[in-house]
Design a protein around this ligand. Structure first.
Ligand code: IPE
Ligand code: IPE
Ligand code: MG
Length: 243
């Protein structure tokens, strides 16, 4: 294929799976002398813009890091606000997502969440579970290390029960126990906010991701910024260990 057809309107060259660490909400607000919560609120609007953009571009999998296993260390009021915002967001947009055949999926352990939020999430997962156009994974109480440990425990249980032999544990077997079972690996991992780290995001799925970092803070992350990331992604030469 000639170079010029590698433009972002050609789904053949676009990533199949994008992950985004939605970071920088607090700093965005602080820079404007606003409470941190206002940054989260503005950031939640970018979620909508970016989901829409990915949908238009026919990117089938989008994983958004919303709350990490480490974010519980924040003040209780901020955690509470984040969950309130999340619930409001899901309830406001779930029908529109469903009409557009988008499947909402949650990766992470939602069992410690308050019952009303958990119920709201579970209803949304159930409502959209058969949708095929796009999967939006929200990483919620998610940690890459936690996920690997969770999968390992489940595999150990199967071995203990005699359903699986240790020598049968392949890459495919292991992957089928992750939250992202049956999803493609992450092709592109985007982190705004200027931090150059992965902060316990999808450690396993990022084995061959292209990384794209930007100083833009998440509330300023417009679809144009995503287009820039995609343009850079397509100009890279992914070798997967080959020559
Ligand atoms: C990301 O923004 C949102 C979550 C982690 C939930 P931050 O709240 O981490 O924003 P900064 O990093 O403090 O600017
Ligand atoms: C990563 O951002 C988690 C989310 C965006 C949900 P953090 O703000 O928690 O990460 P650190 O603390 O800068 O590593
Ligand atoms: Mg942060």
């Amino acid at each position: 294929m000639r170079e010029e057809s590698k433009n972002i309107l050609n789904p053949e060259y676009l990533p199949k799976h994008i992950g985004i660490i939605m970071d920088g909400n607090g700093r965005w607000a602080t820079n404007r002398n606003l409470p941190r919560f206002m940054g989260h609120k503005e950031g939640s609007l970018r979620v909508l813009d970016i989901v829409k953009k990915c949908y238009e571009l026919k990117i089938p999998y989008l994983t958004l890091f919303a709350f990490s296993t480490e974010n519980w260390t924040r003040p209780e009021s901020e955690v509470k606000n984040l969950f309130l915002l999340l619930r409001g967001f899901i309830e406001k947009y779930i029908d529109e997502m469903n009409e557009n055949e988008i499947r909402l999926n949650v990766i992470g352990d939602i069992s410690p969440l308050k019952e009303d939020l958990r119920k709201s999430i579970e209803n949304s997962l159930e409502l959209t579970k058969n949708n095929k156009k796009m999967v939006v994974n929200i990483a919620l109480n998610y940690g890459g290390q936690d996920e690997i440990i969770m999968a390992t425990k489940k595999i150990a249980e199967e071995v203990k029960k005699g359903n699986l032999l240790p020598e049968e544990i392949s890459k495919e077997t292991f992957e089928s126990y992750l939250y992202t079972a049956h999803q493609p690996p992450m092709d592109l991992m985007v982190r705004p906010s200027g931090e150059l780290r992965v902060s316990n995001f999808t450690l396993y799925q990022m084995a061959y991701s292209e990384f794209w970092f930007s100083d833009v803070l998440w509330p300023d992350f417009t679809p144009e910024v995503l287009e820039k990331a995609l343009g850079d992604y397509m100009s890279r030469n992914r070798r997967f260990g080959g020559i």
